[in-house]
Ligand binder design. Sequence first.
Ligand SMILES: [Zn+2]
Length: 255
Amino acid sequence: MKDRRIARFTAVVLALMLLLGATNTAAAGHFALKGRDYGPCDKLLGDTYIILVFVSTPNHPWTKTMKDRVNEVSWSSIAIMESEAKRYSAKLNLQFGGLDYSVPYEYSSDKRWYQYILDNYHSSEDIAGVIDYYRGSLNQDSVAMIFLFNSWDRSYTVCTNRDYPNFSDEYCVIFCDTNMHDNYLTHEVLHLYGAIDFYDYNNEGVQRVAEKYFRNSDMLYVSHEVDELTAYLVGWTDTLSYKASQFLKETDGLR
Ligand SMILES: [Zn+2]
């Protein structure tokens, strides 16, 4: 009798595990989860060193005033991210450091500036190698690279995800102007570690759902809040909150 009860209990547990496994598999295919815990910048945890590379071009060299402005922003970005990590009981000890590079080209999507930096400042064929090198020499849990241009264009993050397993580069390109806001750095750093944009360019409906659950998120508007899904994506929590699960459910397949 007792054995049968145990057997039945085991069967229920097995069925539950299968069900949960199935749910997890479904969730793993969601576009929002593809960058989580993946690539050279996998988790935004522990001792983390963000390298700010000030890239001077012939027509847009960095000036001291502008560099000071970026440094100011980086200090407030540290304060924001460390206190937000604490809300999720995640340990984050963030530091920013600067490098000054000069390239003989203007910024362009042809990436000649990028290849020039890899060839002339690092003997590595990609950023993953550079990150590896600094993680060891600076004794950090994680290292990330941000390239800053003293000109104006749309900032972006190049990020690895599970759809492209052979692609190993991860870095941000940030264009600075005098209005550079506190959240620019925070937003792009979160992207590097797997966060997704909540705003839509093509009316995909993701923004509408994000406005319902994560109205104050840094991934939606200029803000200082790291929402529950973003916290999960960057590794600050291992469980999906109710709101994060609802968001995933309602946006599945939208991108
Ligand atoms: Zn973004």
